[in-house]
Design a protein around this ligand. Structure first.
Ligand code: ZN
Length: 84
């Protein structure tokens, strides 16, 4: 088995790894944990920065998702202005 280094958390992992886009764009892969806690939420529209902070232990992932929910509601509540 080949050991790779996760491009997001830097931890070694065994196996194929995961495509880290849109969190990281490059040939490197990320570990299953980062894929589940950062990459997948980011693909669902969660802001990446709070997810990375959550990964670093500064914030709960749940909190990062709540921020995304709040932002989503705020955006939906604003009238769309074209041409500005
Ligand atoms: Zn990782």
């Amino acid at each position: 088995m080949t050991v790779h280094k996760c491009v997001i958390c830097g931890k070694p992992y065994i196996g194929y790894g995961n495509n880290p886009a849109p969190v990281y764009n490059g040939p490197e892969q990320c570990c299953d944990e980062c894929n589940a806690t950062i990459v997948i939420p980011a693909r669902m529209g969660a802001p990446i920065d709070p997810l990375l902070k959550a990964k670093a232990g500064l914030m709960e992932v749940k909190k990062a998702m709540e921020i995304n929910d709040t932002e989503g509601k705020t955006k939906l509540g604003k009238p769309t202005r074209l041409g500005e």
